[in-house]
Each structure stands twice: as structure tokens, then as C-alpha cells.
Design a binder for this molecule. Sequence first.
Ligand SMILES: *Cc1c(COP(=O)(O)O)cnc(C)c1O
Length: 411
Amino acid sequence: MPNFSLMDSVFEAAARQFPTPFHLYHEAGIRARARALNAAFSWAPDFKEYFAVKALPNPRILKIFQEEGCGLDCSSECELLLAEMLGMQGDDVMFSANAMPPEEFAHARAMNAIINLDDISDIDMLAENGGIPEVVCVRYNPGGEFLMGSSIMGSPGDSKYGWTREQLPLGLNKLKEMGAKKFGLHAFLASNTAGNSYYPTLAGILFDLGAALEKECGMPLDFINLSGGVGIPYHSDQEEADIARIGEGVRQEYIRVFGDPAQARVKIKTELGRFMTGPEGWLVTRAVHEKDIHKRYLGVDACASNLMRPAMYGAYHHIHVCGKRDAAADTLYDVTGCLCENNDKFAVDRWLPRVEKGDLMVIHDTGAHGSAMGYQYNGRLRSAEILYTQEGDFRLIRRAETPEDYFATLV
Ligand SMILES: *Cc1c(COP(=O)(O)O)cnc(C)c1O
């Protein structure tokens, strides 16, 4: 079930203060999620969540995670700069390399960030750009299909990320010779998973593998990084993941492989993005146009520049009409933006209450990979981001782009 915790009066009040479209984020909700995650893993030695910056790269949001004791997972120079803006460095920053420009390694090393190496060849690149740190993380790709029970959860065999099983001991031995003292192990095998068994299954695989590699290389395993992938209920018939149960499932696997967590030393890290902020963001837009041809099209003032997931992946986002939550959904619409691209549709064949021009529409679950994926195709500009604070006011945390921004890079 998408998140219905905010009343329509909140969206309406925000829309009186700021022109649509905008993304609205709920501070209290984000904090509650960070706290629930930290509580679910409080049994683990030195547990730390590194919020995946790419999901919602706004410093005001990142500061909330910092205040809740989380670190940041960065994958680019600008994401490292965002961490630096908040004074974060060292163990508070994870740098996830993949086909990375060499100088970004040097930047991450200068911040003393934890480096997660995506490929065995990255060892030499890291040695030449900042040097090999005492603790290095490596990313595993088992290949083939990732199964849970009999269902295919992901296809690591087609994924560009990570090292093969054979490469791991070779690379770890090399890292050890080059001065590494401990290693971390990471894998991201399935995205936006439903239910509560993804993390425990992945943890079981990584705990066993980490223990085996420790023996094969004689280098201690410092941490397991479970990465992202815990999903959210975009559809009304889906259930919210139970993070406490997920934490307990991981604990059972931990005990099986490492014994009592109170006596053991292997740390747990996560890099959740979607689960942390996805349901705590909404794209607020207004109905501006309606046409009735071979289908009925409802035009809104947002477009794929503000939220690309439906156009890019055919992703489902729940939509409700402010003030009409209880009205019968008796009209079939395609809800569209104004891009000259026929995939610029927030919904296809969606039953909604009858919408009037000017009605406020709320697109749910835009708090992760929403505004962050914005772009300027067709000369359409990215919208504002607004934080609904714990104090109950609305704070502009990113202004909408203007034509000056669009022209700013011309030479
Ligand atoms: C995208 C990403 C994440 C976050 O994934 P979610 O599905 O948003 O939880 C975590 N780690 C890495 C390396 C990523 O690329």
C-alpha cells in the first residue's frame, strides 16, 4: 500500500505556498524510517546505513540521515562533494566504484572514504590514485540467476557489476600484498524486492562467502555490506517490508555463520536508498488539460523531466486526486505530461475520480529515484523540492530551474 500518511490539507497548503509541480518530502517519515532500520540492526556490531545518495541527492535530506547516525554511499565526484558539504568523510562515506574515472578514486581516498572496488583491475587504478587503504571492500557478482526459492529475483549474469567468485581470492591476496589489512564484502543482487526474505538470503550467501574468503586469503573479514534492494509497495495490493523482521532474519544467518553477535566482530553495513525515502516523497501537480480522442488524456503540469520512472521502466506510481479520495474512481484516464514523447505518461488506463481542470493531483512514492533522475529534454525544466518539516512548515530545499539555468552551460 502506498503511503497515505499525509492528509490532503498538507498537499493543498504546500500548493498554496509554492507553484506546482514540486516534490514534497516528509521529514518525520524519513527520520522514522532511519530509526526503524537502526533499531532492526541494533544487534549487529557497529551497524551503519550508508544512504544511497543517488536516490535523493539533496543536502538538506542527507543532513537528516547524518543526524540519524547514517553515512552516505557515493558513486560520483558530485556525490562526494555533497558528502564534503556536510563535513562527512572517513567511515561515514562509502565510495562505490564502477567504470570510475581514476581521479575520483583519488578524491575518495583523500576523504579517507571506504572504497568498494567493482573490478579486479581497479586494484591497480586505486594503487596509482590515492593508494591501497587498510580496509578495502570488494563487490561480488555470482553470475547466473539469483533465485529465492524457485523465483528468479535478479539476473547477476547480465549485470555489469562486481567480481566473479574466482577473482575474489586472487584480488584479495593481491590487496593483502599491497598493504590491505582487512576486507569488506558487498553484493547487490536484486532491486526493489518485495517481502522480507531478500536481505536474509543475501546475508546468508555473503556471510558464508566472507568466512570462506577469510580462510582462503588469511585476511580478516571486517564487514558485510548488504547494499540496497529492499523494496517499497508502489501498488495498492503490495505490503510494506517489515524491517524489524528483515533485521531478525539477517541476525539468524549471522548467528549461523559467526555465532553470537555480542561476541563476534564482523560488522554489517547497508546502502538502502529507495526504502529510506521512496514512500516519503510525492510529486504534487495540477490537472491543466483534458482531451478526448481515441482515449481520454488528462494533462498535468509535471512531466517525465520531474519523474522519469514511468517513462523509463513503465513503473507504476499510485496517483490520487486531492479532495476526492473517497469519490468513485469511475473515469478511465491516461495521465500525461507535456513532452513530445508518447511515453511521457504517469499512468496508462488508470481509473480515477472525474478530474476537473485545476485539481491537485498527488503522484506517490517519488522520494527516491524521482527528482534525482530529472533531466531537461524538450526544454522542460526540473521542478522544486520542498521539505515538510517536523515543525510542520514547508521549506524550499531546491528551487525550480529557470530558463537561465537551461542556458547557463552554453559557451
Ligand atoms: C542504487 C544503489 C543503492 C541503493 O539501491 P536502492 O534500490 O535504492 O535501495 C545501493 N548501493 C549501490 C552501490 C547502488 O548503486
